[in-house]
Design a protein. Structure first.
Length: 74
């Protein structure tokens, strides 16, 4: 399902722009967290923490998607 299907017409550009900015901001945060872990000396486990953090976010998104996003009429 695409954001364009569930977003009102007057908000489509705002929502898609925020989606792109959110993805870019997430990449920047991931790099910053990895650099923090490496500087703190956690070189062997830094990727595990970052991957598990992404897994938690994905689970939250799936739960929100199931309960709050309406079905597409297509």
């Amino acid at each position: 399902m695409h954001l364009k299907e569930v977003t009102p017409k007057e908000l489509r550009s705002v929502v898609t722009t925020l989606y792109g900015l959110g993805k870019s901001f997430g990449v920047v945060i991931a790099y910053a967290l990895q650099n923090i872990f490496i500087a703190a000396g956690y070189t062997s486990t830094s990727y595990i923490v970052l991957l598990s953090f992404n897994g938690y976010i994905a689970i939250i998104q799936v739960v929100l998607y199931i309960f709050f996003v309406p079905h597409s009429p297509l």
